[in-house]
Design a protein around this ligand. Structure first.
Ligand code: UDP
Length: 193
């Protein structure tokens, strides 16, 4: 997978469809994958915080979220040509899950936000299997991991803000049967609106 580096932070040089094709194969091979959105602000944070840098660089796909990344690539003669935003990636993954008949789970945000986001997403993707959801203020991670595994979800969207959501994913992914993880920040707030 082709990557470019910005202050030591990896960014994938891939379009939405290339990511989905790659994911399809990784799921078939039983591999887990993580998607993280990278913008100039996160690159600066990562440059100052080795843990954040590691969280980003250990992800499977670091998507260039924001025109700043495309401009930075142009300046250094790189190959990033189009933005791949976190929210658009989530929409592509929802469509993908509906087509491939894979269950999805939403974890994060306030109860009324995540439940409304779920309803709006179900209206938009009628064939999507929403296996479950949980608000982002629960304390019992063990019960949450069980709830997600019992739901049979293969894709998990985590909206706890960054880098909290990425830390949560890193800490719990080995206990989860989920194949695709995306940290989505404020995206449930956007879907619910
Ligand atoms: N959030 C949460 N639990 C927490 C902290 C935050 O569920 O412990 C949710 C918050 O309600 C919001 C979402 O995380 O819906 C994204 O927060 P923010 O906009 O700060 O994230 P960013 O997009 O800036 O990373």
């Amino acid at each position: 997978m082709k990557k470019e580096q910005y202050l030591g932070v990896n960014v994938s040089v891939m379009t939405y469809s290339e990511i989905l094709d790659d994911l399809r194969m990784r799921i078939k091979d039983g591999k887990q994958s993580t998607v993280i959105a990278v913008n100039p602000e996160k690159v600066i944070t990562a440059n100052q915080n080795p843990l954040v840098k590691e969280l980003i660089n250990d992800s499977t796909y670091q998507i260039p979220d924001g025109i700043g990344m495309i401009l930075a690539s142009k300046i250094k003669g790189g190959d990033l040509s189009e933005r791949v935003t976190g929210i658009d990636m989530m929409e592509q993954l929802l469509r993908f899950a509906a087509e491939e008949d894979l269950g999805v789970f939403f974890y994060g945000a306030k109860e009324e936000i995540v439940s409304e986001a779920k309803t709006k997403i179900e209206d938009r993707f009628p064939s999507l299997n929403v296996a479950g959801y949980e608000n982002g203020y629960v304390k019992d991670n063990e019960a949450l991991v069980k709830k997600i595994n019992d739901s049979g979800a293969q894709l998990l969207f985590v909206a706890l803000g960054s880098p909290k959501q990425e830390l949560w994913i890193k800490e719990h992914m080995s206990s989860l049967n989920v194949k695709v993880f995306q940290g989505v920040g404020g995206s449930f707030d956007v879907f619910s609106g």
